[in-house]
Design a protein around this ligand. Structure first.
Ligand code: DP6
Length: 317
């Protein structure tokens, strides 16, 4: 009746930015991501509760987050009330995305607590109902999400890689991904072009990944991120997710490249910059990003695997 699971956050190299179904959270185009080892969420689901409750990092969360968690439970056929405790082991709580790892860990823990045996694909489709990008945190590693659930297409060690995360702001972003994507699709004149681009980028990225071509993949990821932000910027009202430090980091990454250090940047719907590089360049990239004015902290991550069950109590015990 009680289970604990862990999941890692992920960063997309080909981004999900646009839904073909707003209620079911189905993407307009496929996306590709890699899971990040140092961004972990641990979630415990206890089905011996009188009413649903959710605590994130010790704080009670009601409203939208609890509603989404209940949606995942309902879709899994879990009718019992749930006490959910979620903890983000992020070294700093400066607004790094935790919904992907959070809903992935929730889906795994809830199904285990209910005594269900489910495939990774089914768990991924359930996590997706909480947040689209959570579908990719269930399989972890290099994950592709196109339809209901995501699948791992290459293991975390397929490519020697580091992801250097520069925290460029704190606090919640003014417009969340859900609203931002919807506004882009409804009002940005670039949105159709953006989606067509993603449909070309995904097969090309998979080919570069297969060939372990980090410079090719890095350059594609950077272009894809810039084009997502171009789509968002062209929305009405415009969506500008960047802070001054974001631009500083983009400059730093470009100048690293000019000096011969292979590094490429990607940015989600927020101010933080994630630089991709080879492991032997990580210290140099970290130092360069730390020296950018406005950068609050820098975190060097390696690729990680999928969501997993840590503990199960109450069944056959
Ligand atoms: C920019 O998964 O947070 O990070 O499905 O509405 O919950 P919802 O959105 P979410 O969007 C993530 C958007 C992104 C790109 C990506 O992760 O692919």
């Amino acid at each position: 009746m009680r289970a604990t699971a862990v999941a890692h956050a992920n960063i997309a190299l080909v981004k999900y930015w646009g839904k073909r179904d707003d209620a079911l959270l189905l993407p307009e185009a496929g996306s590709l991501s890699i899971a990040l080892d140092r961004l972990v969420t641990t979630t415990t689901v206890d089905l011996n509760a009188e009413q649903d409750s959710l605590r994130i990092d010790g704080r009670p969360a009601a409203g939208e987050e609890l509603r989404r968690a209940r949606m995942v439970l309902d879709a899994a056929g879990v009718v019992l009330r749930a006490r959910i405790e979620s903890r983000n082991d992020f070294p700093t709580a400066a607004g790094l995305a935790s919904s992907a790892s959070g809903f992935a860990a929730l889906a795994v823990a809830a199904c285990a607590a209910a005594g269900q045996q489910r495939t990774d694909r089914e768990l991924s489709a359930l996590a997706r109902l909480g947040s689209g990008s959570a579908a990719r945190s269930v399989p972890g590693g290099w994950a592709v999400w196109e339809d209901d659930g995501a699948a791992q297409v290459a293991s975390p060690d397929h490519l020697a890689l580091r992801l250097v995360v520069a925290l460029c702001g704190s606090g919640r972003k003014p417009v969340g991904s859900r609203e931002g994507m919807k506004r882009s699709r409804e009002t940005s004149p670039y949105h159709t072009v953006w989606i067509d681009q993603c449909r070309r980028d995904l097969p090309e990225a998979l080919e570069l990944l297969r060939a372990r071509d980090l410079p090719g993949l890095g350059a594609l990821a950077e272009r894809n991120a810039m084009r997502m932000h171009a789509d968002a910027l062209a929305a009405d009202p415009p969506l500008l997710y960047w802070a001054p430090a974001t631009v500083g980091c983009l400059d730093a990454v470009r100048s690293l490249r000019e000096q011969g250090t292979g590094a490429w940047a990607t940015i989600d719907a927020g101010p933080h910059v994630v630089a991709l590089c080879a492991p032997n360049h990580a210290a140099r990239v970290e130092a360069a990003l730390r020296s950018v004015p406005g950068v609050l902290d820098v975190l060097v991550c390696a690729p990680a695997g999928g969501a997993r069950l840590l503990e199960l109590r109450g069944h056959n015990t």
